[in-house]
Design a protein around this ligand. Structure first.
Ligand code: MG
Ligand code: MG
Length: 257
């Protein structure tokens, strides 16, 4: 079922999404070589709870963390643990909050220390592809227009678009209809209507698009072990121009990418 939200519901979704942005900004302050990903998770959980919200991921289908932390060839759904970040790593931090009954869901891929130029370009172009997708999220377009915008942009650089995981509607639940793939054909799929709220989240690989799930039952990894990137915003479908609810403004590295 697809929801078209009232402005008061959108205001609550905006608060939840903004808290995710602030949490990512807080996490970034602690990203450096030597930090364990579990430490980042604790920082995020404390910050979310201090802001009278609940980490949306914790316990979701049994997921143990408040963040999904996915390093290098890990694409998404990495479980926080004892891995210590290293100089040159890239780390996708995906965060969800539930505030006053509404969900925020946003992700940013951070650089740890000095990252190779080719991986930095992967991050930059993946982030750009997110905004290409957002440009297509307007009334009258279809879900396939979003996927087409993301896919045609990143494939022009020879990157891969992960097929197994997609964006989604977001509201009182984290994953609502419709599904929002990062690939597709123009003019196909569900019609986008005013005040639908969706999470757009390109998951892009530097090499081949094939991925597999680790034996932990969660972590998604590229088959060729090449790096991946992941950026996510929650957006409201509007006439002419989508409104972005989440924010990277609290993230310093946003200026570097
Ligand atoms: Mg997410
Ligand atoms: Mg999501």
């Amino acid at each position: 079922m697809i929801h078209n939200r009232t402005e008061s519901e959108i205001a609550l979704l905006r608060e939840a999404a903004l808290l995710v942005g602030k949490t990512l900004g807080e996490v970034e302050k602690h990203i450096r070589p030597g930090v364990k990903t579990i430490e980042l998770d604790r920082i995020a959980e404390e910050f979310i709870r201090d802001n009278r919200a609940v980490p949306a991921f914790k316990g979701y289908c049994g997921f143990p963390g408040s963040l999904c932390i996915s390093v290098n060839e890990q694409v998404v759904h990495g479980i926080p643990g004892n891995y210590e970040l290293r100089d040159g790593d890239v780390v996708s931090v995906d965060c969800g909050t539930i505030l006053d009954g509404y969900v925020g869901d946003s992700a940013f891929t951070f650089m740890v220390g000095e990252v190779s130029e080719e991986v930095k370009m992967l991050l930059r172009r993946t982030k750009e592809s997110l905004y290409k997708g957002i440009e297509a999220a307007v009334v009258g377009n279809r879900v396939g227009d979003i996927g087409y915008a993301v896919q045609s942009y990143v494939e022009s650089f020879g990157y891969g678009v992960v097929r197994e995981l997609v964006g989604h509607g977001v509201g009182r639940k984290m994953h609502e209809d419709p599904q929002v793939p990062n690939y597709g054909n123009r003019g196909t799929g569900t019609k986008l209507s005013k005040n639908m709220v969706i999470a757009i989240e390109p998951m892009i690989t530097m090499g081949k698009k094939e991925v597999f799930q680790e034996r932990d039952g969660w972590t998604i990894v590229t088959r060729d072990k090449k790096s991946a990137a992941h950026f996510e915003h929650d957006v409201v479908v509007r006439e002419g121009k989508a409104e972005i609810l989440s924010s990277f403004d609290f993230i310093e590295q946003n200026k570097l990418l």
